[in-house]
Design a protein around this ligand. Structure first.
Ligand code: SAM
Length: 387
């Protein structure tokens, strides 16, 4: 047998994982970071396994495997994670490099990046695209990798996990995890949403992006830690109503616990004001007041319009109002007056002054009061003219 210095000699993590591979591997298998090929061989020996694609980022490792492992079920391919991988797999195996780089060994077989979890994070961010609907991922990592971080990446990618085994070996704990797509991800994929990725989280919701009918969409689900009741459903209901008057991102579909809408790509309102000139700013502010007025006339209070920093995105040349979780009917909605309040706040009034727009604070307060008493287009125009 030829030797290869880049090969990771079987350690306890390899043999622990191998045991579970023998038990659970099925169908089409992908072994990422195959090294000596230990997991690929174990999988191929399982009668339930049809084929194994085994990859490694190190070319000499793949050359070594091709020269020394002859098994009709296994194909070896040189690939950085999923780069050269196509198709969906019933079983994905990964014994990643998971140690932090503090030792500066520059060893791809064991170091997973500065913190140790970077390769795992990259792997998990793409794994769903290569995992069949009822597929499983068998993965190993160590207590030196930062378990909370790894579990966070798993959850953010809409995967459920189960710890199959934990063993204390020398100075670390080795964890073997089995991951599966969670119910929400399966529901989204049934609706033909692909490439679902975590974007951000707020107090009440988690936001994901995905591809749907050739466009990028946003999917909002309830933050499991939020105690607020029915907020996601409330938002979907309001958005559907408001879409009819061209307000808010267009809802694609919604089900219990989540909704999907068009993804609004653009700049948050304050960033937009900072980078744009006077003429553009005036146009956008007028469009925002127009939408706020439509809401007022429909007796809908959006809430939080006095601090819309994260709730208005300028996409192309249009403002898109986001976050209708707290929207409700009101006899005296305050969308326009709250937005006036935002414009005369210290930071914004100074920012606009820097652009040659002098808003007279006292005058704006008087005009907002007049509008509050009589919510008419005429009174709205007076506010717009004062900008
Ligand atoms: C800890 S060893 C595991 C080897 C073998 N699967 C086992 O269980 O013993 C990690 C392997 O992942 C490979 N690797 C590291 N980064 C990779 C990446 N980005 N894509 C694919 N393989 C990678 C390394 O070359 C190494 O062979």
């Amino acid at each position: 047998m030829n030797s290869c210095k880049s090969i990771y000699d079987h350690q306890e993590d390899s043999t622990m994982l191998e045991k579970w591979v023998r038990k659970y591997a099925k169908g089409k298998v992908l072994d990422v970071g195959t090294g000596s090929g230990i997991q690929a061989i174990a999988a191929a020996q399982n009668a339930k396994v049809k084929s194994v694609l085994a990859t490694d980022v190190q070319k000499d490792v793949i050359d070594y495997c091709n020269a020394n492992i002859k098994n009709h079920k296994i194909k070896f391919v040189h690939s950085d994670l999923f780069q050269k991988v196509r198709g969906k797999f019933d079983t994905v195996i990964f014994n990643p490099p998971y140690l932090p780089q503090e030792l500066k060994l520059k060893d791809l077989t064991i170091e997973g990046g500065k913190k140790g979890y970077e390769v795992i994070e990259k792997f998990l961010n793409d794994a769903n695209n290569f995992l069949a609907k009822d597929g499983i991922i068998l993965m190993v990592f160590s207590s030196l990798t930062n378990k909370e971080k790894v579990e966070g990446f798993i959850r953010n990618n809409l995967l459920d996990f189960e710890e199959l085994e934990k063993a204390h070996i020398f100075f670390e704990d080795i964890h073997i995890y089995l991951l599966k797509k969670n119910e929400l991800l399966k529901r989204l994929e049934l609706k033909d949403v692909s490439n679902v990725k975590y974007l951000t989280k707020g107090h009440r919701g988690f936001l994901f992006t995905g591809n749907y009918r050739n466009k990028k969409i946003a999917v909002k689900i309830k933050n499991p830690k939020s105690t607020a009741f029915g907020r996601i459903e409330n938002e979907a209901k309001w958005l559907e109503k408001l879409n009819k008057c061209k307000i808010g991102p267009k809802v694609c579909f919604h089900e219990d616990g989540y909704f999907a809408c068009d993804y609004s790509d653009g700049s948050l309102i304050v960033d937009y004001l900072e980078k744009s000139g006077k003429a553009k700013i005036k146009k956008i502010l007028k469009k925002i007041f127009d939408q706020a007025y439509k809401l007022d006339k429909s007796k809908i209070d959006k809430e939080e319009m006095h601090h819309p920093v994260k709730h208005i995105i300028v996409s192309g040349s249009n403002p898109v109002f986001l976050d209708f979780e707290r929207a409700h009917y009101s006899q005296s909605p305050k969308n326009v007056t709250q937005f006036c309040q935002f414009l005369i706040g210290k930071k914004i009034i100074e920012l606009l002054r820097g652009k040659g727009m002098k808003i007279d604070k006292g005058n704006m307060i008087s005009l907002a009061k007049i509008y509050k008493n009589e919510q008419t287009r005429k009174n709205l125009k007076k506010i717009m003219d004062a900008i």
